[in-house]
Design a binder for this molecule. Structure first.
Ligand code: SF4
Length: 766
C-alpha cells in the first residue's frame, strides 16, 4: 500500500439511526425524541421549524455522515441527517444528534493555554494565539537544531489533522504519519486485503455489500453496537431481505442476538477456525472452482498448507461444537458467491497473528468467489474533486540510515509504528525524540501501556496538542491549542466512494466560539511563521472553490442544491471483465510479497497464550452512544450512558460470589488496578474473558462530566505485542482478576484448556 493512498483513504472519510430498520430487528429499544409527545416518536422535532439549515458533515465519529445543522438566532438547535444524502438520508445516530452538546460544552478549550505547573499537574495560564504559535515554532526549530529532524514526532487523527501534518512533514522528520488509528486499529486488516485483493477493502470504510448478501459472516464485529449509520443500514437491509447471519464472538453481542448460527469462540483462536473452514471447503469441493481457476494465484500452495487444520482439531482449540462449525461453513458455501464475509476493521487484537487472521478471512472470501458480486466485497467508485495548488509540502522522502520503520516492512510506506516512537522517546535509541505534536487524538486512551507513554512524555523537551476538550493527553501538554469543532469550521472536501458515491463539504454551521480556530487557520499561521511554502489561501473557501470548480460547482452552488453531489456507482464486475488491482491482476491466495519480506506468505495457526491461572482475558468494544473517550463528556450521551459495566460470565460470578451490579476493581497481570466498575453478570460472556466498553474512566479533571466515570480498559492494557508486518500494537493480550471489598478473587477455570495452548506466565519480580 502506498502511503499517499492510505492517507487519502483514511481521510475519506438514531432522530433515527436507520431507526425503523433497527427496531424492525429488535436490536435497540425505541429512541424517544426530545420534545416528543407522549406515546409518539415523531421523525422531526418541532423545535427546528423555521430554523436556518446548513448542510455539513458529522465528525462525532470518523464515518462522516452528511448532516444538516438547524440554526435559530445564531444558535445550533438541532442536527439531522442531510435528506439529500444517498447513504444516511435524514438519519443520524445518537452521537450525530449530540454534536449540539459538543459546541456548547462548558468544558471546551476556549483559549490557547500554557502549562505553569509540573507536566501533568493541570495548571494553566491563558496566553494569546501569537504567543502559543511562537512557542511552538521556537521549540520545533530548537529541537531540530539540537537533535535533528527525526527528534520531532506527530500523532494525529481525523480529516483536519492533515493540515498540521504538512507542517511536520516540512521539518524533515520521518515521524509525521503516526496515526494511532492505523497502528492501533486498521493496520493488519489493511495490509492483509491490500496484498490479497489489491485494495483497501477495509480501512476507514468497509467495502462489503451486506445489503445484497444471502449470508453475512461476522468474526468479532459487533455492528449495531458499533454504529456507522450507512453500514448499519446495509447490515439491517440484508437481514430484512432474508440474509442468514453467522456470528463468531466470545460475547453474545447485539448481532449475535440475531444470528442463525452463533459460535462463542475461545478468544485468540479465530485463525484456527478460519483455517479449518478453508481446508473444509477445499476438501469437500465447496469452493468456487471457476473463480479460483480464472482469478486466483497460489491455490495449490494454499491447499497443501491447510491440510492439517481439520474441523475436529479446530473445535478443540476454539472450544466450539464441530457440528455447528460445519453447519456454518456449509451455509456460507451453499450461497456463494453472494456472501458477505465481513473483513472487520479494528484488527489489532493479538499481535503476531493479526495479519494472518485477516488474510485467512480474505482467502475464505476468495474461495467463495465473493469478489465484485452482489453481496461480496465490492469495488470502490472513486469521486475526484479538482486540485488546489500549494496544499501539500513537497519534500524529499526522509528514510534515515537508522529508521524507526525498517523493522516492519509494511510500515515503511505508511508511517512510524507508535510503539517505536514511544520506545525511542523513552530510551533515546536508536535516536532521541524530544518533541511531540498531537492533533485530534487522546493517545493515553488509545495506545497500549499508557504508563509507558506518560513516562515518555516526561522525557520530552516540548509537547503540544490541538484539542476541543482536554482529555488525559492534553493535560500532559505544554501548550494546548483550542480547536473549533467540526460544526464551526471548514475542512477538506469530503468524498464517499462506497455503494452510494457522493461529494460534500464540511462548513461552519455556527460561528466559532471563544478564541477557537480552525486547524487550517492554525497550519496556515505556522506555515507563515516558519517560512514553509504551503497553504497559500487566506480563507478556506478559496481552496474549496478551486477544488469544486472542475465539477462546475462552488460552495454557493453546492449549497443551493442541498450540499451534496451524487455519482453513479460501479461496485460489481462480470467475471469476464474482472481484474484485481494487484500486480498480477489476480486474487492472491499466496502472497509472494510477504515471502520476499521473510514473512509467512500463507496464514498459519500461531498460538495466542491463554490467561494465567486465576485470570481471564480482557476484551473490549464499542457502545452505540459513544465514540471512544472523545464523547464521554457530551451531556446528552453522558446522560444516556455515564459509565461502563464489566460483562462477567454468570457461572464465574456465582463461583466467586459476585452478583449483578456489584462494584469491583480490576487488577491486571502487572498489578495495575482500575477504577471501581459495576459488574453485569450474564450468560452471554465466555467464562475465560470479560468485556468492557471502551473509552470510559477518564483521568482528566478538566472533563467534569466524564472524570472518573467507569473504568478504562486502556489503562489495563500494559502487555502488548507488535505484529511483524506493520508493527501495530495488540490490545487483547492483557489479563485481569477482580478485587471486591479489598479481597482479590481468582477467576476459576470453567472451560478446560487443550494442551496445544500454553498459558501466559506472569514473571515474578524480585
Ligand atoms: S455514524 Fe453517527 S457519529 Fe458517526 S458520522 Fe454518522 S451520524 Fe455522526
Amino acid at each position: 500500500m502506498k502511503r499517499r493512498e492510505f492517507i487519502k483513504l483514511s481521510a475519506a472519510g438514531c432522530a433515527a439511526l436507520g431507526l425503523m430498520e433497527l427496531q424492525g430487528r429488535g436490536l435497540f429499544r425505541p429512541a424517544v425524541s426530545q420534545g416528543a409527545t407522549a406515546g409518539a416518536t415523531p421523525q422531526y422535532l418541532p423545535g427546528s421549524l423555521g430554523a436556518k439549515e446548513v448542510p455539513s458533515v458529522c465528525e462525532m465519529c470518523f464515518w462522516r455522515c452528511p448532516i444538516v445543522g438547524k440554526v435559530k438566532d445564531g444558535k445550533l438547535v438541532k442536527i439531522e441527517g442531510n435528506p439529500k444524502s444517498p447513504s444516511n438520508g435524514p438519519r443520524v445516530c445518537a452521537r450525530g444528534n449530540s454534536g449540539v452538546q459538543l459546541v456548547y460544552d462548558p468544558d471546551r478549550m476556549k483559549y490557547p493555554m500554557k502549562r505553569i505547573g509540573a507536566r501533568g499537574e493541570g495548571k494553566w495560564a491563558k496566553i494569546s494565539w501569537d504567543e502559543a504559535l511562537d512557542e511552538i515554532v521556537h521549540n520545533m526549530q530548537k529541537v531540530k537544531k539540537e537533535y535533528g529532524p527525526n527528534a520531532i514526532a506527530y500523532f494525529d487523527h481525523g480529516a483536519s489533522a492533515e493540515f498540521m501534518r504538512e507542517i511536520f512533514k516540512a521539518t524533515g522528520t520521518e515521524n509525521y504519519t503516526n496515526e494511532p488509528a492505523f497502528f492501533q486499529c486498521v493496520g493488519p486488516v489493511a495490509v492483509a486485503y491490500l496484498n490479497t485483493a489489491g485494495y483497501l477493502v477495509s480501512g476507514t470504510r468497509q467495502y462489503i455489500d451486506m445489503g445484497n448478501a444471502k449470508v453475512i459472516l461476522l468474526v468479532g464485529s459487533h455492528i449495531g453496537e458499533n454504529v456507522h449509520v450507512s453500514h448499519v443500514r446495509e447490515f439491517v437491509a440484508g437481514l430484512n431481505k432474508g440474509a442468514k447471519l453467522i456470528v463468531v464472538d466470545p460475547r453474545f453481542s447485539a448481532p449475535a442476538n440475531k444470528a442463525d448460527i452463533y459460535l462463542p469462540i475461545r478468544p485468540g483462536t479465530d485463525t484456527a477456525l478460519l483455517l479449518s473452514w478453508i481446508n473444509y471447503v477445499i476438501q469437500k469441493n465447496l469452493y468456487d472452482k471457476e473463480f479460483v481457476r480464472d482469478h486466483c494465484n497460489g491455490f495449490e500452495k494454499l491447499r497443501e498448507s491447510v491440510k492439517p487444520y481439520t474441523i475436529e482439531w479446530a473445535a478443540k482449540i476454539c472450544d466450539l461444537n464441530p457440528n455447528e462449525m460445519r453447519k456454518a461453513i456449509e451455509l456460507l458455501a451453499k450461497h456463494r458467491p453472494n456472501v458477505a464475509i465481513h473483513p472487520g476493521r479494528h484488527s489489532t487484537w493479538y499481535g503476531k497473528e493479526d495479519v494472518g487472521r485477516h488474510q485467512a478471512l480474505a482467502i475464505l472470501n476468495g474461495l467463495m468467489g465473493a469478489v465484485a458480486v452482489p453481496g461480496g466485497i465490492y469495488f470502490q467508485t472513486p469521486v475526484k474533486p479538482g486540485k488546489a495548488k500549494g496544499m501539500e509540502v513537497e519534500v524529499e522522502e526522509n528514510t534515515p540510515a537508522i529508521s524507526l520503520k525498517t523493522e516492519y516492512p509494511y510500515a515503511e510506506a505508511l508511517g512510524t509504528p507508535t510503539a517505536n516512537i514511544i520506545k525511542a522517546t523513552l530510551t533515546g535509541k536508536p535516536y532521541p525524540i524530544k518533541l511531540w505534536g498531537i492533533n485530534g487524538v487522546n493517545i493515553l486512551q488509545t495506545i497500549p501501556n499508557p504508563y509507558d507513554t506518560m513516562e515518555a512524555i516526561k522525557k520530552l523537551d516540548f509537547i503540544f496538542c490541538s484539542e476541543m476538550l482536554a482529555g488525559e493527553t492534553a493535560i500532559w501538554s505544554d501548550i494546548i491549542l483550542p480547536d473549533a469543532t467540526y460544526l464551526e469550521r471548514y475542512d477538506a472536501i469530503h468524498t464517499y466512494d462506497g455503494l452510494t458515491p457522493y461529494l460534500t463539504i464540511r462548513q461552519p454551521v455556527v460561528d466559532a466560539m471563544f478564541e477557537t480556530r480552525s486547524p487550517y487557520w492554525v497550519a496556515h499561521q505556522l506555515a507563515r511563521k516558519m517560512n514553509i511554502n504551503v497553504f497559500p489561501y487566506e480563507k478556506e473557501q478559496d481552496y474549496l472553490n478551486l477544488q469544486l470548480q472542475p465539477l462546475g460547482l462552488s460552495i454557493e452552488k453546492l449549497n443551493a442544491q442541498g450540499g451534496i453531489l451524487t455519482f453513479p456507482s460501479k461496485p460489481y464486475r462480470s467475471r469476464k471483465e474482472l481484474k484485481l488491482p494487484t500486480d498480477s491482476g489476480k486474487y492472491e491466495l499466496y502472497v509472494e510479497d510477504f515471502a520476499k519480506n521473510k514473512l509467512d506468505p500463507l496464514p498459519k495457526f500461531i498460538t495466542v497464550t491463554a490467561p494465567p491461572k486465576g485470570y481471564m482475558r480482557l476484551v473490549y468494544g464499542r457502545v452505540p452512544m459513544h465514540t471512544f473517550s472523545r464523547t464521554m463528556n457530551n451531556l446528552w450521551l453522558h446522560n444516556e450512558m455515564p459509565e461502563n459495566e464489566l460483562w462477567l460470565n454468570d457461572e464465574v460470578a456465582a463461583k466467586i460470589g459476585i452478583k449483578d451490579g456489584d462494584i469491583v476493581v480490576m487488577e491486571n497481570q502487572d498489578g495495575k488496578k482500575s477504577n471501581p466498575v459495576k459488574v453485569k453478570v450474564t450468560a452471554g460472556m465466555r467464562p475465560d474473558a470479560a468485556f468492557l466498553p471502551h473509552g470510559f474512566g477518564s483521568k482528566s479533571p478538566l472533563l467534569t462530566k466524564a472524570y472518573n466515570k467507569g473504568a478504562s480498559d486502556q489503562f489495563m492494557i500494559t502487555r502488548y505485542e507488535n505484529d511483524p508486518y506493520v508493527g501495530s500494537s495488540s490490545h487483547r493480550t492483557s489479563f485481569i482478576r477482580l478485587i471486591k471489598d479489598g479481597k482479590t478473587l481468582d477467576i476459576p477455570e470453567i472451560r478446560p484448556l487443550p494442551p496445544e495452548i500454553p498459558r501466559f506466565e506472569i514473571k515474578k519480580t524480585a
